[in-house]
Design a binder for this molecule. Structure first.
Ligand SMILES: CC(C)(COP(=O)(O)OP(=O)(O)OC[C@H]1O[C@@H](n2cnc3c(N)ncnc32)[C@H](O)[C@@H]1OP(=O)(O)O)[C@@H](O)C(=O)NCCC(=O)NCCS
Length: 148
């Protein structure tokens, strides 16, 4: 199944509604609003990767480049398609894209209790570099970084 999935770089606003629904499913009350997604997608330095199979959106990644560093802002895969390697495909695609742009360092933030995401990042070489206490209200954030 993984072979049939295409990772497409696309900041097209025609996907805005789909991305918003995906956000709602994956992040629930912490989902980004449509307006926030639109604002980020419209920035010239944002990078959006879509995981698609026959035009069905399965997951997405949103990141950006600031000066000579990359930042991962969002990564989400629909519940029905998780644990099949799609999150890994998206992250791999992002790292490859950044490498081509000459970026050497990438940062991200993850909620301390989000084991799935933490494991995914660790698998790709991210290491914890900082801790932001109660960053998400009751829970804290781990800042991770990776050299590519
Ligand atoms: C995090 C997320 C994107 C992973 O997507 P995915 O397509 O399931 O990821 P993959 O199938 O590529 O799995 C990659 C790695 O993640 C880790 N992982 C995935 N599911 C896991 C689980 N249920 N428990 C623990 N680790 C898990 C493993 O390390 C796995 O690697 P492995 O299969 O070699 O062991 C997905 O769970 C998701 O959308 N979660 C909700 C949104 C979210 O929390 N985003 C991150 C915000 S910081």
């Amino acid at each position: 199944m993984l072979k049939e999935i295409v990772i497409e770089e696309n900041k097209g606003l025609k996907y805005l509604k789909d991305l918003f629904l995906l956000e709602k499913e994956c992040f629930e009350e912490k989902a980004w609003e449509e307006a926030m997604l639109k604002e980020e997608l419209e920035k010239p330095y944002s990078i959006c990767l879509l995981a698609k199979k026959e035009n069905i959106l399965m997951g997405y990644l949103l990141g950006r480049v600031i000066m000579d560093e990359g930042e991962l802002l969002r990564i989400a895969v629909k519940k029905a398609f998780r644990n099949k390697g799609i999150g890994s495909l998206l992250l791999k695609g992002f790292l490859e894209r950044l490498k081509k742009l000459g970026i050497k360092k990438i940062f991200l933030e993850v909620e301390e209790n989000n084991k799935r995401a933490y494991n995914l990042y660790t698998k790709f070489g991210f290491k914890p570099v900082n801790f932001r206490k109660e960053y998400y209200g009751n829970t804290s954030a781990v800042v991770m970084s990776c050299e590519i």
